[in-house]
Design a binder for this molecule. Structure first.
Ligand SMILES: Cc1cc2nc3c(=O)[nH]c(=O)nc-3n(C[C@H](O)[C@H](O)[C@H](O)COP(=O)(O)OP(=O)(O)OC[C@H]3O[C@@H](n4cnc5c(N)ncnc54)[C@H](O)[C@@H]3O)c2cc1C
Length: 439
C-alpha cells in the first residue's frame, strides 16, 4: 500500500454493529486528518442496533425515535455516506456495484452505479437461515432488519386491536406466536412479547388476558434453549420462560411451515397465527457469487487473522458476514455484536498502520460473556474476564449489564459525552412517551 495516502479511498459496505462503528472511528482517525477518504454505503437511510430488533418487533422500542441518521452521523464524524445496496464487485477495477434506487412508484431515483475503492470492508451482516425448510420463506416472519421487525409489530398491534373489538370470544390460535429457534433472538423475542401484551392491557386493550390469550411457543431442535451457551444459562433462561408462560419445546424440529402453523418431525402440528423464524444465520446469498472470494457453506466470507479475505488483501470482511477461525481454535468466532465491534475497533488501528506502511498485529478476540434480556428489568448472563473470572448474573444486575452493551455501542458511534446526554434524555422522555408503540 502506498504511503501517499491522502487520496486513499476506504469503502465500508454495511453500517451495522461493525460497519458503523468502523466508519465512525476511521472518520475520526483518518478522515478528519485528511489521510484517507472514508465512505460508508448502506441499503438503509438509518441505523438501528440489531440486538434491539426484538424490542422493535414487540413495539417496546420505537425505531422511528431511536434510529440514527447515517447522513448526519457522516457529517459529524468526517466520513461520507452513500445510500445504496451492494449487488456486485469488480476486483480488477476495484469497484463495488450498487443497485439502482427506485421510489415507491417504481421510478428510478438513482441509477445502478459503481463506487471505486482502494480498500474495501464488507460488513453486510447476516440473514436468517431456514435451511430450505418447505414453507419457511413464504409463511414466516424474520428479524433480519428493522423493516421486518416493524412488519411484525404492525401485525401484532392489528391482532390486538381485532381481539379487543370482536364480538366472539378470543380463540386459542388467533393471538398465537410460534418462534423457531431457542437461541438468544428467539427467547428474547418471546419474553419481550409477553412484556408487550402486559403493557397493551394498560393502554385499554383490556379484553386481552396478557398471560393466557397471547400464546407463545418457542421450538428448538437441540435439547435445551440457548444451545450455544453454557448449560447453567440455559437452565436459568428456561425457568424464566416458564414463569412468563412461554411454552418451550426442545428436541423438536420443524419440517414444514404453512399459513396455519408449523409441522414438527414428530408429526405434531403447532397452530400459529404469527410464525417467526429465528434459527440459524448465514451470509446473504449474493456473497457466495462475489467474484472468486472464498466463502463457507453459510455464504460467509472466509477471512484471515488480519480480517482480510483469503483471495484479496485489499478486501476485508467483519461481523456476521465473515468467518474467522483463530489459530488454536476449531470453530469460527460467533456471529455476535461483540465480535463485530471488536473487529471494527481492530480494523480502525490496523488500517491506520497499513496506510503508514507498517504491518499490523493479528486480530485477537476476547469473549466478554453473554447476556440475555428477558424483560424490561430482568436478564440472565455470564460475564467473563476482568476482575470476575466468570460470573453468572441474574435479574436487575444482569439487566443493567445488558443495557451497558448498547451504551458501549452508543459511545463508539457518538463519543462518551453524547452517549451520556442521549441516555439522560432517553430516561427523561421515557416518562412522557407511550411505553408501547400502538400504531
Ligand atoms: C433480535 C436479535 C437480538 C440479538 N441480540 C444480541 C445480543 O444480545 N448480543 C450480541 O452480541 N449479539 C446479538 N445479536 C446478533 C447481532 O445483532 C449481530 O451479530 C450483529 O448485529 C452483527 O453485526 P454486523 O455489523 O455484522 O451486521 P449488522 O449489524 O446486521 O449490520 C449489517 C448492515 O449492512 C447493511 N446491508 C446489508 N446488506 C447490504 C447490501 N447489500 N448493501 C449495503 N448495505 C447492506 C444493513 O442495512 C445493516 O445496516 C442479536 C441479533 C438479533 C436479530
Amino acid at each position: 500500500m502506498s504511503s501517499s495516502t491522502a487520496g486513499h479511498r476506504i469503502v465500508i459496505v454495511g453500517g451495522g454493529a461493525g460497519g458503523l462503528e468502523l466508519a465512525t472511528r476511521l472518520g475520526r482517525s483518518l478522515g478528519k486528518r485528511g489521510r484517507a477518504q472514508v465512505t460508508l454505503v448502506d441499503a438503509s437511510l438509518t441505523h438501528i442496533w440489531k440486538p434491539l430488533l426484538h424490542e422493535v418487533a414487540a413495539g417496546t422500542l420505537d425505531s422511528g425515535e431511536d434510529a440514527l441518521d447515517y447522513l448526519s452521523q457522516a457529517q459529524r464524524h468526517h466520513f461520507r455516506y452513500q445510500y445504496g445496496r451492494m449487488i456486485g464487485l469488480d476486483r480488477e477495477r476495484k469497484a463495488v456495484r450498487l443497485a439502482p434506487f427506485k421510489d415507491t412508484e417504481g421510478r428510478e431515483v438513482v441509477p445502478e452505479r459503481d463506487l471505486e475503492y482502494d480498500t474495501l470492508v464488507i460488513a453486510v451482516g447476516s440473514v436468517s437461515n431456514h435451511f430450505g425448510t418447505p414453507g419457511a420463506a413464504e409463511h414466516c416472519l424474520y428479524l433480519d432488519d428493522s423493516a421486518q421487525a416493524e412488519r411484525f409489530q404492525q401485525m401484532l398491534v392489528k391482532s390486538f386491536l381485532r381481539a379487543q373489538v370482536q364480538e366472539t370470544a378470543i380463540d386459542d390460535s388467533q393471538l398465537s406466536v410460534a418462534i423457531v429457534g431457542g437461541g438468544a433472538t428467539g427467547v428474547e423475542l418471546a419474553a419481550e412479547l409477553r412484556n408487550a401484551a402486559r403493557k397493551a392491557v394498560g393502554y385499554g386493550l383490556d379484553r386481552i388476558d396478557p398471560e393466557t390469550d397471547l400464546r407463545l411457543t418457542v421450538i428448538e431442535a437441540a435439547d435445551r434453549v440457548l444451545p450455544a451457551l453454557s448449560p447453567g444459562l440455559s437452565i436459568k433462561t428456561r425457568k424464566q420462560l416458564d414463569e412468563l408462560g412461554v411454552k418451550v419445546m426442545t428436541g423438536s424440529k420443524v419440517t414444514e411451515v404453512n399459513e396455519k402453523g408449523m409441522l414438527l418431525e414428530s408429526g405434531d402440528f403447532i397452530p400459529a397465527h404469527m410464525r417467526v423464524w429465528s434459527a440459524g444465520v448465514k451470509g446473504p446469498d449474493w456473497l457466495s457469487e462475489l467474484g472468486d472470494l472464498e466463502t463457507n457453506r453459510s455464504n460467509q466470507l472466509v477471512i484471515n487473522e488480519y480480517l482480510q479475505t483469503t483471495a484479496d488483501n485489499d478486501i476485508y470482511a467483519i461481523g456476521d458476514c465473515a468467518s474467522l477461525v483463530l489459530p488454536g481454535h476449531d470453530a469460527p468466532l460467533p456471529p455476535r455484536a461483540q465480535t463485530a465491534s471488536q473487529q471494527a475497533s481492530y480494523l480502525n488501528k490496523a488500517l491506520g498502520k497499513r496506510l503508514r506502511g507498517q504491518q499490523p498485529d493479528a486480530f485477537t478476540y476476547k469473549d466478554y460473556g453473554s447476556l440475555i434480556s428477558l424483560s424490561e428489568d430482568h436478564a440472565v448472563g455470564r460475564l467473563m474476564g476482568g476482575l470476575f473470572g466468570s460470573l453468572m448474573l441474574e435479574g436487575m444486575l444482569a439487566r443493567g449489564a445488558y443495557n451497558m452493551l448498547y451504551r458501549k455501542h452508543l459511545a463508539a458511534v457518538h463519543g462518551l459525552f453524547r452517549m451520556l446526554v442521549l441516555i439522560t434524555l432517553h430516561g427523561l422522555f421515557k416518562r412522557t412517551r407511550p411505553r408501547l408503540k400502538l400504531h
